[in-house]
Design a binder for this molecule. Structure first.
Ligand code: PEP
Length: 247
């Protein structure tokens, strides 16, 4: 049996209680049997996600986590707290975290480990910037980012790992990577995962995925789903991506 494509929404810094209520209701109404959907919402809306999505098949999670378990880290949220709350997944190492908040490969690896140890699914983002791509460094950058996560990965992490290839230049630009680019990078990442003994990890593509290109991108070999930013804020569009995944 072919596993369903995993479609994850990243709401980023968007939403309000009122807006979210409408979006959650639409997602719940439109989700079809067999869909594997999840939304990663801002921390204050986790409670709302928990309540609104109860009884539905739609998963929900966070967009970031602390690498620390507890202590004097004002403003941080630990993996255990998220798990305690019922989160199923956490995005780790999004390019916005790496570029705007200085998260390096080692920090991302510690966060992924913390998420897995708490029993949740880490969605680890990797991807090259435009200048790295133009220098021909795409393969080197994404394999370095993934290698850091695999280096001391526990069995829990290896079992639950999801990797999202998100070329930085494709995020929010309206310009998704080409099928050829996605095929090439995903094959590379799959090989690296298998070499590290990580079999069956899900590989998502992210970067300007929308209903009109989802079918093509999701059909590429080794693409097990999509991480969707902007388009996940429009429930109809997000559900159309889910429909493309079904097709
Ligand atoms: C993202 O932020 O993870 C993302 C993929 O954004 P977008 O779909 O808007 O390019």
């Amino acid at each position: 049996m072919v596993a369903a494509k995993y479609i994850v929404g990243n709401w980023k810094l968007h939403g309000s209680v009122q807006e979210n209520a409408v979006r959650f209701a639409a997602l719940k109404a439109g989700c079809q049997p067999g869909d594997t959907l999840a939304v990663c919402v801002p921390f204050p809306y986790l409670a709302q996600a928990q309540q609104a999505l109860q009884g539905s098949a739609i998963g929900w999670g966070a967009q970031n986590v602390s690498e620390h378990a507890k202590g004097a880290f004002t403003g941080e949220v630990s993996a255990a707290m998220l798990a305690d709350f019922g989160c199923g997944c956490v995005i780790v190492g999004h390019s916005e975290r790496r570029s705007l908040y200085g998260e390096d490969d080692a920090t991302v690896a510690r966060k992924a480990q913390a998420v897995a140890e708490a029993g949740m699914m880490p969605i680890v983002c990797v991807g090259e910037t435009l200048s790295e791509r133009e220098c021909g460094d795409t393969a080197q950058v994404v394999t370095r980012q993934l290698a850091a996560v695999l280096a001391d990965a526990s069995e829990e992490l290896k079992r639950g790992l999801v990797v999202a290839y998100e070329p930085v230049w494709a995020i929010g630009s309206g310009r998704a990577a080409s099928e050829e680019d996605v095929r090439e990078v995903h094959a590379l990442l799959r090989g690296q995962l298998e070499q590290a003994g990580v079999i069956g990890a899900r590989l998502l593509y992210g970067g300007s995925v929308k209903a009109s290109n989802a079918g093509t991108l999701l059909n590429v070999v080794n693409v097990d789903g999509a991480l969707v930013g902007g388009a996940s804020l429009d429930a109809e569009e997000f559900l159309a991506i889910a429909q493309a995944a079904r097709a």
